[in-house]
Design a protein around this ligand. Sequence first.
Ligand code: NAP
Length: 509
Amino acid sequence: MPRMSPDPASAPGDRVAVSASLVVFGATGDLAHRKLYPALASLANAGQLPGRLTVVGNARRAISNEEFAEDVRNAVEKAGDGDSPGRRDALDQLGVRFRFVPGSVDDADTFQQLRAELEDIDAGRDGGGNVLYYLSTVPSVFGTIASGLGKAGLAHEPPGTFRRIVVEKPFGRDVETARHLDDQLHQHFREHQIYRIDHYLAKETVQNILALRFTNTVFEPLWNRRYVDRVEITVAEQLGVEHRGAFYEQSGVLRDIVQNHLLQVLALTAMEPPASFAADAIRDEKVKLLRSIRPLEPSELPDRVVRGQYTADTIDGVDVCSYREEEGVAPHSKVETYLALRLDVDNWRWAGVPFCVRAGKRLQRRATEVALRYKSVPFLPLPAGAVDSLEPNVMTLHIQPDEGITLSFAAKVPGQTLQVRTVPLDFSYRETFAERAPEAYERVLVDAFLGDATLFIRGDEVHTAWEIVQPVIDAFERDAVPLAFYPAGSWGPTESNNLLGGDETWRKS
Ligand SMILES: NC(=O)c1ccc[n+]([C@@H]2O[C@H](COP(=O)([O-])OP(=O)(O)OC[C@H]3O[C@@H](n4cnc5c(N)ncnc54)[C@H](OP(=O)(O)O)[C@@H]3O)[C@@H](O)[C@H]2O)c1
């Protein structure tokens, strides 16, 4: 056995959340209903919630405590798969209590009411004095809530208790707004109290990038510029904007996926080994890696960035409209639904290896993956005709939808002659493990309750990620990068192959 990290933070425990009050801002919203309440119920079923938990909801709509409890039950039931009876009451069975504090977060009185409610809960010793604030509301009020909590004395951590604030995405719109939001948070909360969400990090396979790289001997020696020719990272969605056209008009794929999820996956793929799997050890390495990404110069952007938008076509035989025809989208919108970037990582491990990343909507199929494409062998000691086409080895980490790892390599075709063909070596999570993988939001909630910040983003990481994409945001605003159109159901604009150089093409995921 190798020596292990002495860091207790990285040791597995029984992972039962501690007694606390969970305050959900945006308690009547979409995310709370589709993700948070079902995740709480799953945690209750798995025995991972404490006996004494009170969920305190806030929104402007005035509803009673009982109506709120019923609303949560309905959301849990709706999210169920139909064959898990009792889920609807899972939280009640555990004795979870529900309270609702109506009122706008723009109104200081709302926070006084919240304070009274939390004091009342504590008087009954229901929350152990611990409070987790979850900002599941519109991003424009994140700063207002932090300041409202601070001014009402609700950010201060009394000895032996915690007050944590979980901040949903997006964290700002650019470098400046992200800094401003951080300033607002830091006026009342210290960094160790702030949990910035990237739910991608809470996905099992994203975490498995770390396990694969740093608990095996065979991969790491091949994980560098000596062997890797290029790294491709793809986040492809088949879906369009799904009635969220107005939201997407303000976001585009750059802000929705690239600045956060995609750069986080890149950082985990490329970072150096951490001293332990503790939060700051991993986050230190991710920040170091993000800082090694060479800043994009405005003059080279046309060779480094492809900005695309889908046009009407068919996907799996179904007609789909163009982005510009979606509800809530301007008829001449230039918002990107596809973005491909060629990035360089200036460090000893990766110098000269391009990191080609792409993300888009209405692509041929849903796929999130990291592919390490290896260099070709220097010489083939085979007779002419032995090889039709020999692809370089590719190691692919499939993140969704079918989690697993594939390594493609050449093997001899059975027979009297020496012929080789590329074959896959496949590992599938679903086929190998019987254990159920927790939903990302289950992990997010338990980690926040337990104070494990490993899968949350530190302030310096967010800012570095915004700094990487800021030149692209500026160029889009100046319209300095042409908009390339691609038919829905394709793999994006053909122009994106130019980023790879030569006659290279992106992997057909
Ligand atoms: N939905 C998703 O799939 C998803 C996925 C990832 C991240 N997110 C993030 O999660 C957050 C919430 O998104 P969502 O889709 O749930 O939004 P939503 O459906 O629009 O819900 C917003 C919630 O905030 C409340 N609210 C708005 N303004 C308020 C104010 N001034 N004072 C008090 N309450 C206010 C609304 O209730 P009232 O109108 O009654 O006040 C509602 O409960 C956003 O940051 C979003 O980016 C969402």
